[in-house]
Structures are given as structure tokens and as C-alpha cells.
Design a protein around this ligand. Structure first.
Ligand code: PMP
Length: 414
């Protein structure tokens, strides 16, 4: 008789891995009539399907290169268009400074592989984007939270933490979404941008500036276009005297063009970019040259600015429907502030509400959101939640607000 041995074990970090808390909500979404405020999906009605169809057709006539493997760094035409986007956002960039990635999610994964060893300290603004926490946990990093307020990451708290850390616990990197953060929706104040980059220079850590939402800014309450503060990378260009810019800038076409392209990008200094390119060689060789060609044709077609402008206007309408719906009239038990852009509203529940009961009641009413727990590396504030206003139409958002109000009533003790 052949005896079979037990299978070899999984790698330690995958022994009991925790999946994405947001993707675990997917089963609720397929229930008939459910309104989802859960995922950070862009609105399907804002996809420029006609422009993308033209771009795809043009891409397919470009010859065999579109169907062949491509350079790991990315296709020249796309790198050129993305370098131009970076310049328009106030940063110095040539095509050689850009690495095209398979979504910006991959860019962060490459950075973790290149920079983080088990036990390394990583600073993360909290509440944080869950996939960042997931990637850092899998890398067995030591995650230290930096609190946020309405102005974004609290640089004073960061300075105090850095001063108190022993040398062997000095952080390798700090992760932040300065523009319309996921989940808190905040815009990092200009003076905090200076302070943050100064601390990075002083203490010698990298800053990951994750910016998929920066272009989705709303008008201010007076109806004037919002003046965006400089990117951290641009601040780094000015402050980094040694010629080494500690800021790594990530962005994506997912929220403004279409997530299905899976086109993200990294702008960083050459030594780091080179190492991320090597890491990408073993991940996927290259991002699909076909979708890169579609993206490049689309960006060169001149339709992009109008597409972004449409998204800004529509997301602002949807955001207002959600925030006003929850804030006006009878107290809803859910307190939220108006984000200045992006796709998310962060909210706090009255302490009299049981968060789990509210979630169950909301699902029963036909509306789903992401409970706040998903956004904390440890010690979550359970009386928090994230709602995305991007995908549902205004009428659905109004309906969602009514359902949330009914859920609060159902979940609150009389
Ligand atoms: N960073 C943040 C803050 C995000 O919210 C997302 C998408 N939800 C990503 C990165 C990943 O985007 P993609 O991989 O589609 O570019």
C-alpha cells in the first residue's frame, strides 16, 4: 500500500490569510433590489464607451506590437501620456520616470516586495485603504497607525511618534492617500504636506502617495473650483536637497477611465523604479500591451478632460444627495461630513446604535455599506462606516438614505 504524506504546508503568511473584507460583502450585493454603497466602483453610466470603442479599434490597427509581449516598464506611447499627466499635476516627469503597472494595486504590491522585510515598521494613515493593510500583513510588516482628522493625516502625531521610536524601529515607509482618501474622503492640508515630507527627509523613510482620486475634486461650497494643494512628490522635489526624492507617486486610470483597463502607474526615482521593474518581471512580465494601447489611444484622443469633468460634476451631485439626505431633517443617527472630492463618505454612528445590529437591519432594508472595522489595522472604532456614492444614481441614493434611516430606527432600542 502506498501511503501518501500530508501536503507540504502553506507559507507562514498564507497559513490563515484574511481575505478582502470588502470583497466578502459581495454575496449581499446580488440580492434582488439591493442598493450598494459598499464597493469603490466608478459609475457605469460615466464610462466613455464610445470613446473607448474608438480607442480599442485604433489600438487594434497598430500592428502586431499590440498583441505581442511588451517592455516591462510599459508601452512608450502610454508612458509619454502618463508623464504628461504627472506634469499637469505639477510634478517633474519624463516617460523614463514612469512604470506602468497592472492597476495601482500592483504598484503597491511591488513596493512592498522591494522595500519590506518581516518585522519592518510601516506607518499607515488610519482609517486606511483595506488592500494596503492586507498587503502589509502578508509581508509581515509591523503596522503603526497614524491618526487622521478632517484635514487628513495628523502630522503632529506623526512627529511625536517618530521622536519616540527607538532607532531599530524606524519606519521604512509611510502610506497615505492625500487626495480624497479612501475611506475618509479627506484632503491633506497644504502645510501638513510640507511637514510630512520634511519628516520623511529628516528620518529617512519613503512616502507612498497613492492618488487614484485626485482628479475627482468637487467645487467648493461657494461653487468655485477647488484649488488643489501640491502633490507630496512635488513637495519632495523642492525639499529633498540630496537629489533623492523620498515620495513615490502612484495613480491609476481605474476611477477616471475604467477599472477594466487595469492601468496604474508609478512615478519614482530611478533606483527604486528599476527594482520595482525587476519585481514586476516575475509578477506578470508586462501589463497587457493591448489595454495599454487602448489607454494610450484614449488619452491621445483628447476626450479625457471632458470625461473627468463629467465625473466630477456627477459625483458631486451624488455626494450631495447622500450627505444632505443623512444630515438634513430628523437626526439620522449617522454623522458624516462633506468630502471635497473622490468617491467616499466616512460616517460615525451615535454610540446608542449597535453597529452589528445596524448592519443587519440595513441589509434587511436593502442597503449595504462597509462597516468601519475593515479600515483599521487593530483596535477598530466599530461605530464607523464607509459609504460610496459613486456607483448608484441619485434616485437610488435617495432611496438608500430612506432605508438607512429605517435601519437605524429598527436597530435602535426604543
Ligand atoms: N488605492 C486606493 C486608495 C484605492 O481606493 C484603489 C481602488 N479601490 C486602488 C489603490 C487600486 O486601484 P487600481 O488597482 O484599480 O488602480
Amino acid at each position: 500500500m502506498n501511503r501518501s504524506a500530508a501536503p507540504a504546508p502553506f507559507a507562514a503568511s498564507f497559513a490563515e490569510p484574511v481575505g478582502s473584507p470588502i470583497r466578502e460583502l459581495f454575496p449581499y450585493l446580488s440580492r434582488p433590489g439591493m442598493i450598494s454603497l459598499a464597493g469603490g466602483y466608478p459609475s457605469p453610466s460615466l464610462f466613455d464607451a464610445e470613446g473607448l470603442a474608438q480607442a480599442a479599434q485604433q489600438a487594434m490597427t497598430q500592428g502586431a506590437g499590440t498583441l505581442q509581449y511588451g517592455a516591462t516598464e510599459g508601452q512608450p506611447a502610454l508612458r509619454e501620456a502618463l508623464a504628461q499627466q504627472a506634469q499637469e499635476r505639477g510634478m517633474q516627469a519624463t516617460p523614463a520616470d514612469i512604470l506602468v503597472t497592472t492597476g495601482s494595486q500592483q504598484a503597491f504590491d511591488l513596493l512592498v516586495r522591494v522595500l519590506i522585510e518581516p518585522g519592518d515598521t510601516v506607518l499607515v494613515e488610519v482609517p486606511a485603504y483595506p488592500a494596503t493593510l492586507q498587503a502589509l500583513r502578508l509581508a509581515q510588516a509591523r503596522i503603526l497607525p497614524i491618526p487622521m482628522d478632517a484635514q487628513g493625516l495628523q502630522t503632529q502625531a506623526l512627529a511625536e511618534l517618530l521622536a519616540s521610536l527607538p532607532a531599530e524601529q524606524r519606519p521604512k515607509l509611510l502610506y497615505t492617500v492625500p487626495n480624497f482618501s479612501n475611506p475618509r474622503g479627506t484632503l491633506l492640508a497644504a502645510e501638513r504636506r510640507e511637514a510630512l515630507v520634511q519628516l520623511a527627509v529628516q528620518y529617512g523613510f519613503w512616502v507612498v502617495e497613492d492618488d487614484p482620486y485626485g482628479e475627482l475634486c468637487f467645487d467648493d461650497p461657494q461653487g468655485q473650483p477647488l484649488a488643489m494643494p501640491p502633490t507630496l512628490r512635488a513637495v519632495g522635489e523642492r525639499l529633498a536637497s540630496s537629489g533623492h526624492n523620498p515620495v513615490i507617486y502612484l495613480s491609476s486610470l481605474s476611477k477616471t477611465v475604467a477599472p477594466a483597463l487595469r492601468v496604474g502607474w508609478m512615478l519614482a526615482d530611478a533606483p527604486l523604479l528599476r527594482r520595482c521593474t525587476v519585481a514586476k518581471q516575475t509578477a506578470d512580465l508586462c501589463t497587457s500591451p493591448l489595454t495599454q494601447a487602448v489607454a494610450a489611444c484614449y488619452l491621445h484622443s483628447g476626450r479625457y478632460p471632458a470625461t473627468v469633468q463629467r465625473a466630477r460634476r456627477e459625483y458631486q451631485r451624488r455626494m450631495q444627495a447622500l450627505v444632505q439626505g443623512l444630515s438634513e431633517g430628523e437626526h439620522s443617527g449617522i454623522r458624516c461630513t462633506r468630502p471635497a472630492g473622490g468617491m467616499f463618505v466616512w460616517a460615525e454612528l451615535d454610540r446608542s446604535i449597535d453597529p452589528q445590529q445596524l448592519f443587519d437591519a440595513a441589509v434587511a432594508q436593502g442597503v449595504v455599506y462597509v462597516p468601519g472595522k475593515a479600515f483599521y489595522p487593530a483596535n477598530p472604532d466599530l461605530h464607523t462606516l464607509r459609504m460610496s456614492f459613486a456607483a448608484p444614481e441619485v434616485a437610488q441614493i435617495e432611496q438608500a438614505v430612506l432605508r438607512l434611516r429605517a435601519a437605524v430606527k429598527a436597530g435602535t432600542p426604543p
